[in-house]
Structures are given as structure tokens and as C-alpha cells.
Design a protein around this ligand. Structure first.
Ligand SMILES: Cc1cc2nc3c(=O)[nH]c(=O)nc-3n(C[C@H](O)[C@H](O)[C@H](O)COP(=O)(O)OP(=O)(O)OC[C@H]3O[C@@H](n4cnc5c(N)ncnc54)[C@H](O)[C@@H]3O)c2cc1C
Length: 348
């Protein structure tokens, strides 16, 4: 049974991610790019992404596809109700919704009922962004060239960049993104978007056809994997990469490991691997650097993009790099602040 409060009939978000091969949701990939720009103040480079592709999936296509697969399977009942509470009992979990009570052997939960309790010394940054799909009357974009990160914007608030995903010569998603402790006033995102479109894209005449706003927590909070027979999924299950906010691919990897565990052991309790711990440390170090602004985020990403092959960088950000690749990559970053942050985060 799937309990979801929302009808999921709106295009409420767009997922972008990189992937080497055809993925589970290949059918609904809306647009893909083989090359993408990285811009900083004195550096602009068009990166060939091979063997990766940068892919975009529209929320609405994803929801429609998933519900279609679910319906065709004939094995999952879907109800639109609001979950009020989850409670472990000796042999299962009780789920109370606004309409009735259900019981299951296990519950897989992606609801974050409340903001996580951040302990002293833990980081909690927000990745917040506002994006506009804009349409121009004359060709303004190269549809096969995305912009992954453009740091040529004011960095006063903290790590701030824009990405541009062109969907055609006249349509693009332009997203203004920050990694900071608190949100901006709504009008500030609009001003920044308008300014970027005019000054960096050189576009004066356009209409905004869609708008999205999102907040993704960037934290080293230790999200529990489960509470008894309640197994946490998605952001609520710690699947958001703390130092980048990317979540979409991590959720799929996590779901695959849950299925494997269920098939093998008959339970969904996946152990946290040593590998995960190594990457958690890298995440904490990067969060430390960004949070305390020991090195500006714009400089960290500039060095990562300038001095590393895309394949090494993407593997690292996917938690899939080898130790050898990690040593090379870490060597491209300012040694002293990273070593200090690394030691502090190791003893914490
Ligand atoms: C606007 C936006 C854009 C993003 N873009 C990217 C991206 O490009 N790449 C990337 O990797 N990550 C991205 N993310 C981060 C992440 O991938 C998404 O947040 C993703 O949707 C997280 O999945 P989830 O299952 O954890 O949560 P959700 O997708 O939010 O799913 C939780 C579900 O629970 C339902 N729900 C909540 N409360 C209740 C309740 N009480 N009862 C019943 N149902 C309830 C909600 O309606 C929702 O459908 C983005 C996030 C946002 C907000």
C-alpha cells in the first residue's frame, strides 16, 4: 500500500543528475546534455561530460510514469490520505491517517514530520533555489550546452551560483541557488534571476512560463536508517548528500539496497558500510569549510572543476570514487584549511 497526501498532478519540481548508463527512469528523461559550462570570475570552461550525461526529469513525468507502473503491477493499492502518526508495535507498525488506521509488517517512510534536531557542533546549511523556465522570442540558447555552475554572481550571502538548463533555442530553466544558513526574501531571488538573465545571458525580452522554489537541507545530522520496523527513505532517511544536496540518484541506490536486503535476509535493515563513513567525513569537511567560510565555496568548486577530470569529480560526488582518486582530488584543494577542517571533523 502507498499512502500519499498529494495527488501529484503538478510539475512541482525538476530533477537533474548525472548518470553513466541508461537508468531506471530513462523513459522519462526530458532532456540530456553531453557537455556543460562551468564559470567562475576568471575561468570559463565547456566540459565534456563523457562517460556521464547530465539528465533532467520533470516531476510530473516521473509521477505519471511511477503511478502507471504501480497500477499496471496490480500489486499496490494507492490512497490519497494524510499520515498523522507511525507507531511500532511488537509485530509491525500502526499507521494513522486522517481517514483510517492501517497496520503493516514494515513501513517505508519518506515523511520528515519535523525538522531534525541538530546537535551542537553539527552543521545545518540550506540549499535554497528559485528557478524560472523562461521563453524568448528569438533564439538565445545552445540546447546542447548546459551550465552546471556559474559563480559570476554576488557571493556576499555565501556560496551562490546559477545554473542554466536550455531545453531548446528559446526555452531554458534558469536557477539561482545558494548554500547559506537562512533563506532570502522572495523578491531577492527574483532580482537575482532578472539580473543574471540580463547581464550574463544578455536577454532582455522573455516571459517566465514556470517557476519553482526549493529548499534542501545540507547537514551532517545523523538521520536514522530506521526506528524499529519503520524504515526511512529519501531525505528523511539521510539520502541527501550533505555537501551537494543531490538526492535523486542516492535514493535509487538506497532503494536498490533495501530490495537486495529484503530478498537476501527477509528484512530491510541495511547496515551502514565503512565506505559510507568515509564519504560522510568528506561531506563534513566540506560542510565545515562552507559553513565557516574557511575557503569560499566559489573557490572550492572552481578548483574542483578546473583541476579535476569530470569523471573523477562526478565519481567523488557520487560516493563512488576510489581512495586513489580521492587523494588526487583532495590534493587539488587548498591543503592547510582542508587539513585543519579534516582533523577537526575526525575527532568530533
Ligand atoms: C524543488 C526541488 C528540486 C530538487 N531538485 C533536485 C535535483 O535536481 N537533483 C537532486 O538530486 N535532488 C533534487 N532535489 C532534492 C530531492 O531529490 C527531492 O527533494 C526529492 O523529491 C526527495 O525525495 P523524498 O522522497 O525524500 O521526498 P519527497 O519527494 O518530498 O516525497 C515525500 C512525499 O511524502 C508526501 N507527504 C509528506 N507528508 C505527508 C503526510 N503527512 N502524509 C502523506 N504523505 C505525505 C509528500 O506529498 C511527498 O510526495 C530537489 C528538491 C526540491 C524541493
Amino acid at each position: 500500500m502507498l499512502i500519499e497526501q498529494d495527488a501529484k498532478t503538478l510539475n512541482d519540481r525538476t530533477w537533474c543528475f548525472w548518470e553513466k548508463d541508461a537508468g531506471l527512469f530513462e523513459q522519462v528523461v526530458y532532456k540530456r546534455w553531453n557537455k556543460a559550462w562551468f564559470h567562475a570570475d576568471d575561468y570559463s570552461s565547456l566540459k565534456q561530460l563523457s562517460p556521464y550525461q547530465y539528465k533532467m526529469i520533470r516531476g510530473i513525468d516521473f509521477y505519471t510514469h511511477c503511478y502507471d507502473v504501480i497500477r499496471k503491477s496490480g500489486r499496490v493499492e494507492v490512497v490519497n490520505q494524510q499520515v498523522i502518526s507511525l507507531e511500532n508495535i511488537s509485530n509491525g507498525v500502526i499507521v494513522k491517517t486522517n481517514e483510517r488506521i492501517y497496520q503493516g509488517e514494515f513501513v517505508f517512510n519518506s515523511i520528515l514530520f519535523e525538522k531534525p534536531q541538530i546537535k551542537e557542533g553539527q552543521f545545518y546549511l540550506l540549499q535554497h533555489f528559485k528557478g524560472w523556465v523562461i521563453e524568448t522570442s528569438i533564439p538565445a540558447f545552445k540546447p546542447d550546452e548546459a551550465t552546471l555552475m556559474d559563480f559570476r554572481v554576488d557571493q556576499q550571502e555565501g556560496t551562490t551560483f546559477v545554473y542554466v538548463m536550455p531545453l531548446s533555442e528559446t526555452i531554458a530553466l534558469v536557477e539561482f541557488t545558494l548554500f547559506t544558513p537562512s533563506l532570502l526574501e522572495d523578491a531577492q531571488y527574483d532580482i537575482a534571476l532578472k539580473d543574471y538573465i540580463a547581464s550574463k545571458l544578455g536577454i532582455a525580452d522573455y516571459t517566465v512560463t514556470e517557476s519553482e522554489f526549493g529548499v534542501i537541507p545540507m547537514t551532517d545530522h545523523d538521520f536514522p536508517t530506521n526506528d524499529g520496523r519503520i524504515v526511512y527513505l529519501g531525505t528523511a532517511g539521510g539520502q541527501t548528500k550533505p555537501s551537494s544536496g543531490y538526492t535523486f540518484k542516492f535514493i535509487q541506490k538506497h532503494a536498490a539496497s533495501l530490495v537486495k536486503q529484503l530478498e537476501k535476509e527477509g528484512n530491510p535493515f541495511v547496515k551502514v558500510s565503512l565506505l559510507k563513513k568515509r564519504f560522510s567525513w568528506y561531506d563534513r569537511v566540506l560542510l565545515h569549510i562552507l559553513f565557516y567560510r574557511k575557503v569560499e565555496g566559489s573557490r572550492v568548486f572552481y578548483l574542483l572543476f578546473k583541476r579535476n577530470k569530470i569523471s573523477r569529480l562526478f565519481a567523488f560526488l557520487d560516493n563512488e570514487s576510489s581512495i586513489n582518486q580521492e587523494l588526487i582530488l583532495l590534493n587539488t584543494l587548498p591543503q592547510w584549511p582542508f587539513m585543519k577542517a579534516g582533523l577537526k571533523e575526525m575527532v568530533k
